[in-house]
Design a protein around this ligand. Sequence first.
Ligand code: UT7
Length: 337
Amino acid sequence: MTKAVITGTGFFVPENVITNQDLTQWMDTSDEWITERSGIKERRWLSRDAEGNSAMTGSEMGANAARMAIEDAGIEPTDIDQIIFATLNPDVFFPGNGVFIEDILGLQTAGAMDIRNQCTGFIYGLAAADGFIRAGTARTVLVIGAELQSTALELSNNGRDTAVLFGDGAGAAIVQAHEDSDRGIIASVLHSQGRYARDLYVEAPIGTQKGRITAQMIEDGRHFPTMNGPTVFKHATRRFCESITEVLAKGGASIDDVALIVPHQANQRITDAVAARMGVGDERVFSNIAKYGNTTAATIPIALAEAVREGRLKKGDLVVTVAFGSGFTWGANLIRW
Ligand code: UT7
């Protein structure tokens, strides 16, 4: 039987550190509030030029993460026959970032697909890679989660509930077809509930609007993210736990078998609540939100890459990746590493 095995991981975060204290120059907030409510101490934002424009694109960040994953897997870029790029921050309205990566890495006509599932994007990406590989559609898949969020945040009191949470970054995994391996993606569960789409979203540009966006819409800040934080928090905690339980049942495993849970890094309080409800100690739940904040689709691949390099994830370990985010979307993967 053909299995989809993760053979390499990589990540990229900008050098530019923004501390909680740095944010106080733009909004009424404090290190104490951000630390207590979210567990975040700092995040990385790409450097800007004099006009405030980012020096790098999301695709370029993704390419840096991909290069590390390619080297880690010991393959050549041209071995990749399918790209899956998860982001809510595409470089342009269309096409998606997958094709930009294809060009940057010089892949020469590999398939490219974008996933617009926000914080759950990488979970959907791994599930799609697994499906492609099992179906024989692809043999070496590059799955990327990359987000350039810093240019999209509302740096004012109005946007402070979201602006303090998000960071820039990218993570990548090489997923390859292996025959009769004990390793690989065992099961995935994917869910959504569109009735909550407006509880965490960016409204503009709007498809029905002539010209897609107006000066008035920009004046009103309708191009910035808005979030009903407490609603997202409540649903996230419940859906994280449900997804873990569901993917374990689907894969025929128990929580005691799991070496490491790699949750989407949304809020340390969510991670702690999930760990407590699942009866799992901190040592089996990965967290790096204090240093990177929420990098949306990039949190899980960055965490996987760091977990491997910190020796917390070894070949043969059972790992659960799990996420919840805008849409609402949520899901999990069960992987024999
Ligand atoms: O990746 C998935 C997407 N995102 C999430 O999962 C986020 C889920 N939600 C959360 O993490 C939390 O809801 C937040 C961290 C966003 C907020 O924490 P909270 O404990 O739910 O606070 P709150 O929204 O109920 O706001 C409490 C107070 C409010 O003031 P009043 O109305 O009590 O006077 C806010 O205006 O905190 C105020 N506030 C802030 N104060 C200082 C909101 N943002 C800030 C801020 N600094 N940055």
